[in-house]
Design a protein around this ligand. Sequence first.
Ligand code: PEP
Length: 230
Amino acid sequence: MLIAGNWKMFKGPQETRAFVDSFQPPEGVEVVLCPPFVSLEAALTGPHTIYAQNVHWEGSGAYTGEISPEMLLELGVQGALVGHSERRQLFGETDEMVARRTRSALESGLGVIACAGETLEQRESGDTELVLKIQVEAIAFAAGEYEKLVIAYEPVWAIGTGKTATPEQAEEAHRFIKGLTDRPVLYGGSVKPENAAELLDQPSIDGALVGGASLDPDSFAAICRAASPS
Ligand code: PEP
């Protein structure tokens, strides 16, 4: 099981160091923390695997505000999220950009957690599978034979809303994604200590991508315990 915490635009270096000092996940669970860029170095002072929240496809160049795979590797960062719905919705990321970020990060040796998911409108109009097919196939095609790719299924209507997909809804979407690519698939969307176990019990759910509930070390550790084999 892989449990990743996406901190979004929360926690500067000081709060990051405090988190790392008190966070105690159980043995046997793979944990990834995704702090903001400015807090990556502070997060790396702890024993955890650290991913960035985004990565550019070029190694260097005139791309103001972007960070390259090589820069992350130099710091000791092991991977990056790509295609988070907030990037897609608020910053205009297209499937093509997500594919380029995925390819370049994997080529450089970083791991990638690539996000896909439908909006409420798309779900209600019966387009969930079509949307997932387009997004996931773009990512899978870009990744080719590179191994370090994990997909995160994040229904947009469940992110930061407190609305979680039911275990059955999540399982159905995960099974569909696994029919498109044989990568591990994490579930993301209002995962909390109270609902983590029933989601993680589903056979096609290989872990979780957690936003809000990953900001508190105790609640994130509780989610990690729900994924723990012991
Ligand atoms: C996320 O940011 O990827 C996420 C799933 O957020 P939340 O858990 O807060 O819904």
